[in-house]
Write a protein that binds this ligand. Structure first.
Ligand SMILES: Cc1cc2nc3c(=O)[nH]c(=O)nc-3n(C[C@H](O)[C@H](O)[C@H](O)COP(=O)(O)O)c2cc1C
Ligand SMILES: CC(C)CC(=O)C(=O)O
Length: 378
């Protein structure tokens, strides 16, 4: 049976939410939150790539009972879509990440908080009242004490995992931000880094960041040694790096290109996924973010082997549109669409979604199952 979200007459899809949420933001905030880097090839492809994969439904299956729930960070969540870390929710709404946290708790989905959030990690943990698994995104900054303090605070507040971002050693060239002279409004704070002042360009923030790239994969081993939280890597795009991440002891991977905001020209995340899943071969969980705008996009990512997906911009659009209620609307829309796709695909549980449920368009315009294109072995 379909369970419809309470439509408000204006927003029926995430694309409607993008339009309505964006209309509520200043040009500077909108361009920052919505934009990608350089020519925005990757941020556009992240979304359009899903259409290259088509669905192969199985019929005559009894789908009267469908269970969308799954595990994320060892906890049961209502459906396999969580909220990705995005800096500066305060640009979208005064409730900032606490509004997002309340919506995540209400919907029983996982949330990952950005290092560069406006609400503090403690306030976000309180907003979810321990009802959902939380991860803390970690941007390693120059100062080791700052990193350690953030890790200790996240542990104390009950966060389960660190999502260490590995694709942001330099800030991608974001032309909109340069054109608009983007800077954080003075009234917003970095909730997790109270001694840093957010006012100023993003380059200033990244200047503090200056990742410990010289540590390379040893950084993962170091983090594993200093925290009891799981250590996940966010921003893996190749099977080679996936293999190194497993060898270094990572507890999980997020196939991500930072929403196309970092290196423009990398493939859509959905196109990178199968090869990484095959390389990891079940040793650790693989998740995906980037361009998820429909329940069918979620289904396709799960069919290619992701166990769970994350949304960045759709949550921010929801927050800009109506605060907590808007984020809940974003999640309701995706949940409703995912349920319909599951039913029409003949899947009763998330575990029944398989690669055989997809076909890929070849250069001759014909659709073939993934095995016959070799895509699964990319
Ligand atoms: C406004 C904005 C800020 C972001 N800030 C961060 C961040 O602080 N740390 C991080 O690891 N990723 C950050 N991301 C990337 C997201 O975590 C995620 O990878 C991306 O948004 C997924 O793509 P989607 O927006 O198409 O869902 C940000 C994304 C956006 C849109
Ligand atoms: C402060 C920034 C580095 C946050 C970020 O990751 C982004 O804007 O994509």
């Amino acid at each position: 049976m379909n369970r419809s979200p309470s439509y408000d007459g204006l927003v029926f899809t995430i694309s409607d939410l993008a339009r309505e949420g964006s209309a509520k933001m200043s040009l500077m905030a909108r361009d920052y939150l919505n934009g990608g880097s350089m020519d925005e090839q990757t941020s556009g492809d992240n979304c359009s790539a899903y259409a290259r994969y088509r669905l192969r439904p199985r019929v005559m299956v009894d789908v009267t009972c469908i269970d969308l729930s799954t595990l994320c960070l060892s906890s049961r969540v209502s459906f396999p879509c969580g909220i990705a870390p995005a800096a500066g929710h305060g640009l979208a709404h005064p409730d900032a990440e606490e509004g997002t946290g309340r919506a995540a708790a209400g919907k029983e989905v996982a949330m990952c908080l950005s290092t560069w959030s406006n609400s503090s990690l403690e306030a976000v943990a309180a907003s979810t009242a321990g009802r959902v698994p939380l991860a803390q995104q970690l941007s390693l900054v120059k100062d080791e004490d700052t990193n350690l303090q953030l890790i200790r605070r996240a542990e104390a507040a009950g966060y389960r995992a660190l999502f260490v971002t590995v694709d942001c050693v330099y800030l991608g060239k974001r032309v909109n931000e340069q054109r608009n002279g983007f800077s954080y409004p003075g009234h917003l704070k970095w909730g997790n880094l109270p001694h840093f002042n957010p006012a100023g360009s993003l380059e200033t923030a990244v200047g503090w960041m200056e990742y410990e790239t010289k540590g390379g994969w040893e950084t993962v081993r170091w983090l594993k040694g200093v925290t009891s939280m799981e250590v996940w890597l966010k921003g893996i795009l190749t099977p080679e790096d996936a293999e190194l991440a497993v060898e270094a002891g990572a507890d999980g991977l997020i196939v991500s290109n930072h929403g196309g905001r970092q290196l423009d020209g990398v493939p859509a995340t959905i196109d990178c996924l199968a090869a990484i899943v095959d390389a990891v071969a079940g040793r650790i969980p693989v998740h995906l973010d980037g361009g998820i705008r429909r329940g069918s996009d979620m289904f396709k990512a799960l069919a290619l082997g992701a166990q769970h997906v994350w949304i960045g911009r759709p949550a921010v659009w929801g927050l800009a549109y109506k605060g907590e209620e808007g984020v809940r609307l974003a999640l309701n829309l995706l949940e409703e669409e995912f349920r319909i796709v599951m039913a029409l695909m003949g899947c009763r549980r998330v575990g029944e979604i398989k690669r055989e449920h997809l076909a890929l368009m070849g250069s001759d315009g014909m659709y073939r199952t993934l095995e016959s294109t070799g895509k699964a072995k990319m």
